[in-house]
Design a protein around this ligand. Structure first.
Ligand SMILES: [Zn+2]
Ligand SMILES: [Zn+2]
Length: 172
């Protein structure tokens, strides 16, 4: 999905968002400068800004020395682009940061400060991927262990059962 051209209202506080042109990526971000300080990313826009090495100087300048309203982060938010309910999601397996995502158009909303926090979680995309992989491995590994244990219990039960049959039919 392309950049939205029209002014959108902030899904968290309802104020009009500002278009902020980001030189390096050539995209425009929607930032809630007059309200809560949240940032709205269209489609896959976030890809340009989630790594710490990627440039967000314009954004940092724009939010510097401003105070922002607090919002209720537990509220369900509505995607200002397509009107769908946004879904709360963790940005990584570290579970520290919850953002709002629109599953319909792919937009993402970060509350003030969340983007910086996310960028500081991992130095590179590769580190983020590794963390995801190892945590998936740990979870799946635990499940496999549990299955194996059940399987062993079944084997023991089965051999006891067979012994019982032997007793009944063969009189051992
Ligand atoms: Zn806002
Ligand atoms: Zn949407």
């Amino acid at each position: 999905m392309n950049d939205t051209i029209e002014i959108i209202t902030c899904p968290a506080c309802g104020k009009e968002m500002h278009k902020l042109y980001m030189q390096e990526s050539g995209t425009s971000l929607d930032v809630c400068l007059d309200g809560c300080g949240g940032i709205f990313f269209d489609g896959q826009e976030i890809k340009h800004f989630d790594e710490n090495s990627e440039n967000i100087e314009e954004l940092k300048k724009a939010v510097a020395n401003r105070t922002f309203e607090k919002t209720d982060e537990s509220k369900t938010r509505i995607c200002p682009v397509c009107g769908n309910n946004m879904v709360k999601n963790h940005v990584s397996v570290k579970y520290e940061i919850t953002i709002d995502e629109c599953y319909n158009c792919g937009a993402k909303f970060f509350d003030h400060g969340e983007l910086t926090k996310m960028r500081n979680q991992y130095a590179t995309e590769e580190e983020r991927r590794q963390d995801l992989l190892s945590s998936t491995y740990n979870e799946t590994g635990a499940k496999i262990d549990a299955l194996e244990m059940q399987h062993n219990i079944n084997l023991v039960k089965r051999s006891k059962f067979l012994k019982l049959l032997d007793k009944i039919f063969l009189g051992y």
